[in-house]
Ligand binder design. Structure first.
Ligand code: BTN
Length: 246
């Protein structure tokens, strides 16, 4: 396949020119008992995003899924998602783009004063396990690399648009080695995330399952929740859509 780059990676890497979804393919590998496997596709025909959305995945992007079987408590699984966002942001930064992370795990381009961040990449994690043990965990990363933003949803930007086409081999290699290092040092994930985020310190509105929370984002918890100061008190939201207000 076009993407076959013979990487020396800490994962067994499988390449496809086209797949419905690399996360779905990684789930098949998980069912077969695989671990430390990565699936990369040049194009996805049924890419999936967070909150049951679709994910446009034309040829030229970096669409990949990393399968692990971590022996950690399921409550710590969100650290893997944060690690995916940190690894992606670092890989993008090594390609020369000043990207930051918007909670929970969007890699965005931040303007000076603007809150109108354009999105470069997103992370979708899926896992299976029991209350005390994770069976498998898949971190899926969609990174708009060598594609035109006109092919993507509104508000998206791409590496092509920002710095021209990149060597996807180098970017994927950087991403996989950063992710591997982070999963080997889970204590370091939240500090690394904090260093790269654009959300802490901002006024935000999060549409969480229990209703909208508006206030100043002050921290992220060990399980990836966003701590928001609403005036009277601090609230932690575990998941939701976050808008930066100012
Ligand atoms: C988001 O909504 O921000 C997350 C997008 C995640 C997209 C990636 S592309 C590779 C992997 N396979 C999928 O179907 N989705 C993820």
């Amino acid at each position: 396949p076009a993407l076959e780059y013979g990487l020396d990676a800490p994962f067994a890497v499988e390449y496809h020119d086209s797949l419905p979804s690399t996360n779905a393919r990684a789930r098949e590998l998980a069912a077969e008992g695989a671990t430390d496997a990565v699936v990369v596709a040049d194009e996805q025909t049924g890419g999936r995003g967070r909150l049951d959305r679709g994910w446009s995945s034309p040829p030229g992007g970096i669409w990949l899924s990393m399968l692990s079987r971590p022996s950690i408590a399921p409550a710590r699984a969100p650290l893997y998602t944060l690690a995916g966002a940190v690894a992606t942001a670092r890989a993008v930064r090594s390609a020369g783009v000043d990207a930051r992370i918007k909670w929970p795990n969007d890699v965005v381009l931040t303007g000076d004063e603007s809150t109108d961040y354009r999105k470069l990449a997103g992370v979708l994690t899926e896992m299976e396990g029991e209350a005390d043990r994770i069976g498998w965990l898949i971190v899926g990363v969609g990174l708009n690399a060598n594609v035109d933003s006109g092919e993507l949803s509104e508000g998206a930007t791409t590496l092509r648009e920002l710095v021209g086409d990149v060597d996807r081999r180098a970017v994927v290699h950087e991403l996989l080695s950063e992710f591997d290092a982070l999963r080997g040092d889970l204590e370091g994930v939240v500090p690394a995330w904090r260093e790269l985020t654009a959300t802490i310190g901002r006024c935000v509105r999060v549409d969480a399952p229990g209703g909208a929370v508006v206030g100043r984002a002050v921290d992220v918890t060990d399980s990836g929740g966003l701590v928001i100061e609403t005036g009277e008190r601090r609230e932690t939201v575990a998941a939701g859509d976050c808008e930066h207000l100012r």
